[in-house]
Design a binder for this molecule. Structure first.
Ligand code: RB5
Length: 146
């Protein structure tokens, strides 16, 4: 599995925590920043990361900003992306099982590093259940072709 990881200035320290987790889990990943002292714009990192998941270059993506909301809105503008804003372990599992989410977004100002690590670990280790859920995400994909 190949994972792309990105944040704006509001998510740098949580992004570093998650890159450490990916290393512990022996998961191949690329961290595309930001490495910024100043304020940056979250779409400048979230959209390119989402495009690289949608193209198939990466299997999954993890995006972090202050709230996770801006990154979620940005990533979900890219066709083929199902980015889930998640701040609890139950939703991390459910969004893989039901939505086949290919990106997860979190807010560094919302949750602490311990919970974020549990969320990401659960999300990466949970499989899509397909079945009736495949039909539902198929309807989203159909809408994207209109
Ligand atoms: C940056 O101040 C903040 O707006 C951003 O990190 C994010 O929370 C936006 O949704």
């Amino acid at each position: 599995m190949k994972v792309i990881l990105a944040s704006d200035h509001g998510g740098i320290s949580l992004r570093k925590e998650i890159s450490g987790l990916l290393e512990e889990m022996n998961i191949e990943y690329q961290d595309i920043g930001c490495d910024c002292a100043d304020s940056v714009d979250y779409p400048d990192y979230g959209i390119p990361a989402a495009e690289r998941v949608a193209s198939g270059e990466f299997d999954k993506g993890i995006l972090i900003c202050g709230t996770g909301i801006g990154m979620s809105i940005s990533a979900n503008k890219v066709k083929g992306i199902r980015a889930a804003l998640v701040h609890d372990v139950f939703s991390a599992k459910a969004t893989r099982e039901h939505n086949d989410s290919n990106m997860i977004t979190m807010g560094e100002r919302v949750i602490g590093p311990g919970l974020a690590r549990e969320i990401v670990k659960t999300w990466l280790e949970t499989e899509f259940q397909a079945g009736r859920h495949a039909n539902r995400i198929g309807k989203i994909a159909d809408y994207e072709t209109k």
